[in-house]
Design a protein around this ligand. Sequence first.
Ligand SMILES: [Zn+2]
Ligand SMILES: [Zn+2]
Length: 344
Amino acid sequence: MTGDTVPAEMLVPRFLGEGEISFVRKPVQKPGRGQLSIAVKANALCGSERGQFFDGSGVTPGHEAAGVVVDAGPETRTAVGTRGVIYLMDFCGECRSCALGFTNQCTNKRGDYGFNEDGGYGPYVLVNENVFFPTGDDVPLAEATMLLDVMGTTGHAIKRGLRLREDVRSLGIAGAGPVGLGTLAMAKILLGPEVSVVISDLSPYRLDLAGRLGGKTIDLREKTLFEGLREHGLEEVDLAIDTSGKAPARQSHMEALSKRGVLVCAGHGEGLSLDVSRDLIAPERAVLGSEYFRYDELHSNMQILHEHLPYLGQIITHRVALQDLQEAFEIFLRGETGKVLVEQ
Ligand SMILES: [Zn+2]
Ligand SMILES: [Zn+2]
């Protein structure tokens, strides 16, 4: 199989800071030993890129990319023409964490694509073969990007909680951004329709979308979390997942936990204050962190994506061309979107 003709140069976005993106020419690099060159077909915008948009970036951002292999270096096994997604963390595969499958906790990580290595907003990206996950020809590459933060990060956070709490009847999600919406959708799929999923946010657009995905919504501009829970017939939740990174959201969700309840913090950001006796010891609650996901979780999530493609596809609300990237960020950061994709 032969790929597209790969040009010698490409036009890539440069994040200058202060919300400015320009385009510059860069050479398309040839893959070295163990590397693949990927023609990017879709890359999703992410809230974690806020810093790069406002402070600038020395590399090409983009860490939720899907594309097609157009060139493969020596000692690789992936055929040119293979479609797939790129796992963010360039894990070593050999350290104590990687040996057990915890690739998201690699102790010898070589880099993070889109943060300190060039990522998926360019037309071509060079990656080590171990981070490429083939997705087959049945799922469109645009939708395949959901295997990353939308399904991967969220499924991992839910499973972290379930390891400590098996009898979950209710789940509270703080934040209805793309990760919050993904958590809601993955909870509906993994936990079943009888588990109540309550989701709170300040954005009416995102709450509306959460309602369509089957969430019980709480508009925090109008009421507190506890007032909202009561209106939905709940006094407490068994599992809470914070995707907002906001201290008041973490705090209120911890206070809403039942006995044996678990709070999983999946959004980077602010703190949480604990009264250890009252909050943890007496009710035997747990507070956990959850960072990205294991590479091997992509297999089961691929199956889920196959089975629930139209449902999960609702999370993607905007598709834009690469040259409109700056405008896409502006709309996205106003909170008036679900997932926004750049398509090439
Ligand atoms: Zn992301
Ligand atoms: Zn490792």
